[in-house]
Design a protein around this ligand. Structure first.
Ligand code: PLP
Length: 345
């Protein structure tokens, strides 16, 4: 009785989430630092009185006002989500008919494939050029929805706003800029929203805001689009605690600017050390680094690290070779990783 398109699915495989506290966890791009102290305060406050008994704000209006101020957009341009994966699901449901066509560049976030399969749609993938840009001319027509992770995962590379603008103009249908790592990059596509009618930007609180456990994300788009998306989402898709946490986080830009500098400094040190160890390192605009070897497969290196309780993400893409995607951890975690790599690499 299961729909055939669901029966045929493999299902999305999330990164390994092991509970061993001794593990150095550099595989799913969480922030290695705690969220702002104001987040803890706000969640404690949300636990007092009557707040858990009542439904949360359906559209998260308090959050939307706070986020709008930080992003320089109207509150009506923001849609809240239970993680940005929830937002990506809402977008798929809103724009892609059954049997419809979706697209993404590849290698990239593999959830897009699962979203297409659940919807009974097809995902066409367009390979990145060897220097991680989009091919010209854009080869697809007739697509309903196209995803671009920017910065991309696993490469950590960034298409600049001018390139995004040119690409969005060529792509048929809606164009989603998945900016899960934008806060670590030099530029974002946010200023393009005013000029590109088919553009939607998604953000997550799992990476920069150090709130992967709370599940919060958002879409930013023209108010006419947000109004339609709101019809598709669950009425109360974000709870009282996650709304309190996300609102406090986005208001505390000063705290997060401090984390960002630390992470970017460690990213520079990690990239240089990996290159010195003989890896080919792709310059990163995110909080992780994609590195490969030209002389041999890296699966044994992944295994050796895992044996020492250091978890990184191993990936193998036909045509691009295999590689390790390593999250920028704390300086101590990166020291442990590098020590282990000096033995294993
Ligand atoms: C982590 C990630 C997300 C998902 O974020 P959640 O808010 O935790 O669901 C979306 N897109 C990309 C490219 C990511 O790496």
């Amino acid at each position: 009785m299961i729909r055939p398109s669901v029966r045929a699915m493999k299902g999305y495989t999330p990164g390994e989430q092991l509970n061993d506290p001794e593990i150095v966890k550099l595989n799913t791009n969480e922030n290695p630092y705690p969220p702002s102290p104001k987040v803890f305060e706000a969640v404690r406050e949300a636990l007092t009185g009557d707040r858990l008994r009542k439904y949360p704000q359906p559209m998260g209006d308090t959050f939307r006002r706070a986020a709008a101020e930080v992003l320089g957009v109207a509150p009506e341009s923001i849609l809240i989500g239970n993680g940005s994966d929830d937002i990506l699901t809402i977008l798929t449901r809103a724009f892609v008919p059954e049997g419809g066509r979706m697209a993404s560049l590849t290698p990239s976030y593999t959830l897009y494939q699962s979203l297409a399969e659940i919807q009974g749609a097809t995902l066409q993938t367009v390979p990145f050029t060897p220097d991680w840009t989009a091919p010209t001319p854009w080869p697809l027509t007739g697509t309903h929805l196209t995803f671009l992770a920017n910065p991309n995962s696993p490469s950590g590379t960034l298409l600049r706003p001018a390139e995004v603008k040119a690409l969005a103009a060529r792509v048929p249908g809606m164009f989603v800029l998945d900016e899960a790592y934008a806060e670590f990059a030099e530029e974002s596509g946010l200023p393009l929203l005013a000029e590109i009618p088919n553009l939607i930007i998604t953000r997550t609180f799992s990476k920069f805001y150090a709130l992967a456990g709370i599940r919060f994300g958002m879409a930013i788009a023209a108010p006419e689009i947000i109004r339609e998306l709101a019809k598709v989402k669950d009425s109360y898709n974000c709870d009282v605690l996650s709304l309190a946490a996300a609102t406090a986080a986005i208001r505390d830009q000063g705290y997060y600017a401090g984390l960002r500098s630390k992470i970017l400094a460690t990213r520079g040190r990690l990239s240089a050390a990996l290159a010195e160890l003989g890896f080919r390192v792709t310059p990163s605009q995110a909080n992780f680094v994609w590195c490969q070897r030209t002389d041999r497969p890296v699966k044994p290196i992944y295994e050796a690290l895992k044996a020492q309780k250091i978890l990184v993400r191993y990936m193998d893409y036909p045509g691009y070779g295999d590689g390790l995607r390593i999250t920028v951890g704390t300086p101590v975690e990166i020291d442990r990783l590098l020590a282990a790599l000096r033995e294993a690499a």
